[in-house]
Design a protein. Structure first.
Ligand code: SF4
Length: 443
């Protein structure tokens, strides 16, 4: 075990993976070596997730396992969202942890490792300076993570929305948009390294530029990106906020061929009263109009959303209204979560009155409803020829994604035969399931 070998374990969402990648680059620049196996590392960094109860439980379990199997002189650092909010609890629940680093100071990871290597064993080092946000550019460090032919790129961090159930603004602080020039510079680097799909992420991509005084910032960013990085074949936008998908954004998406006709727009619910209690936009007319505008401008538009079931006060009638809304919208993809009680958020005073078994039953019913809707959307693809970005090959089968599917969360296109990972193939769709499509390769 070399004391300068570091293993980073990333939990949670793609935004956290980007932070882990950036921490890895900071460490490598300081002379540390990254290793994949925690057992072989002198330092193990766990970039935790603290978004909801299940994610926190997973973070505690992994930290606990690592602490239990810790080798002599090995150092464990808990970083990320969980530690930003629950610093003392993390240290007291997992006694073997040596260092606590808040998510807002991910860029200080090498400094924390050096300090830990110098200090006496047995003392816990806390590195959570008062920082209002988690923004921050480190020269030469990419805010992106690559997987096969795709790369997630962070365009902003933090959130100013008031969603009553969400702890992210408490964890991440106010939104900080990255300079457009930095994003374009990184997009060029990624394109030159062979990336074919750039996936734009932030807590709320449609808020991009608000802190920089840029109106309609996401649309303007996409215009600049497509003009200045014209060889990036696919650009995908995730996490749009209802009410902020502007006419200009729709026009840019419809007229710039690099931008995929795909949008992830978490709606969270389909009943205005539930949405009001969630402190979310509750104008369902806006949702209907905006989806119509998008589908008129881009008839092949693929839309994803996320919903919460069992929010405090959700009646049977409100839940039914959500199912009816989903039937009406016919979204290509949807995910759902049972409400997770988060102390300190605006919904705390509402408690968690919907019983767990009701939440589970509603979740199952919602997912069954969406499965039928997704199946219908997929069946409508049969006969189409799609460009598919290859993600994996094995046992005579190729797995890839078309523009309709975002990495990790949506479906796949399955074809027979081999292809090169990270390259495009043309596939004629001949079969549809609820999540995936099958097809024949044409080239
Ligand atoms: S938009 Fe709402 S749900 Fe999303 S990160 Fe911000 S506060 Fe949380």
């Amino acid at each position: 075990m070399n004391k300068n070998d570091i293993c980073i374990i990333s939990l949670g969402c793609a935004k956290n993976i980007v932070d882990s990648e950036s921490m890895g680059q900071v460490l490598q620049r300081d002379g540390y070596r990254l290793v994949a196996e925690p057992k072989k590392a002198g330092v193990v960094v766990v970039n935790t997730c603290g978004f909801i109860g299940d994610a926190r439980d997973e973070s505690y379990t992994i930290l606990g396992e690592l602490a239990a199997g810790k080798r002599k002189n090995q150092l464990i650092i808990a970083a990320g969202c969980l530690t930003q909010r629950y610093r003392e609890e993390v240290a007291s629940r997992i006694p073997g942890i040596n260092g606590i680093l808040g998510t807002r100071r991910w860029m200080d990871i090498a400094q924390v490792v050096r300090a830990l290597q110098r200090q006496k064993p047995g003392e816990t080092l806390y590195h959570l300076p008062e920082t209002p946000d988690s923004g921050g550019e480190v020269e030469g460090v990419l805010r992106a993570t690559r997987q096969a032919g795709s790369a997630y790129i962070k365009i902003a961090d933090g959130c100013r929305r008031p969603c009553a159930f969400c702890a992210i603004p408490l964890i991440k602080g106010k939104p900080v948009s990255r300079p457009t020039d930095s994003i374009i510079h990184e997009a060029r680097i990624l394109q030159e390294s062979g990336v074919k799909e750039l996936v734009l992420i932030a807590q709320d991509t449609t808020d991009y530029g608000s802190d920089l005084g840029i109106a309609d910032g996401l649309a303007k960013l996409l215009e600049q990106l497509t003009s200045e990085v014209p060889d990036m074949p696919w650009i995908r936008v995730m996490y749009a906020y209802p009410g902020y998908v502007t006419d200009r954004l729709i026009e840019v998406m419809a007229t710039r061929p690099q931008i995929l006709h795909y949008l992830d727009i978490p709606l969270q619910h389909g009943h205005p009263d539930t949405l009001k209690r969630m402190k979310r936009p509750h104008n369902l007319g806006w949702v209907r109009n905006t989806l119509t505008k998008m589908r008129t401008a881009m008839p092949d538009m693929s839309i994803r959303s996320t919903f919460i079931v069992g929010y405090p006060g959700e009646t049977d009638a409100e839940f039914q209204a959500l199912l009816d809304f989903m039937e009406e919208l016919k979204l290509d993809h949807a995910g759902a979560f049972p409400f997770s009680f988060e102390p300190g958020t605006a919904s705390e005073s509402l408690g968690d009155p919907v019983p767990l078994e009701v939440k589970k039953a509603r979740l199952e019913q919602l997912m069954l409803t969406q499965e039928q809707i997704s199946l219908g959307c997929n069946q409508a693809q049969v006969g189409r020829t799609l460009d598919v970005l290859v993600e994996g090959v094995g046992d005579g089968i190729t797995l890839g994604r078309s523009y309709r599917d975002a990495p990790e969360i949506d479906g796949l296109v399955i074809t027979a035969g081999d292809a090169e990972v990270g390259q495009f193939i043309k596939v004629k769709v001949n079969g549809a399931m609820a999540h995936d499509l099958t097809g024949t390769r044409l080239d």
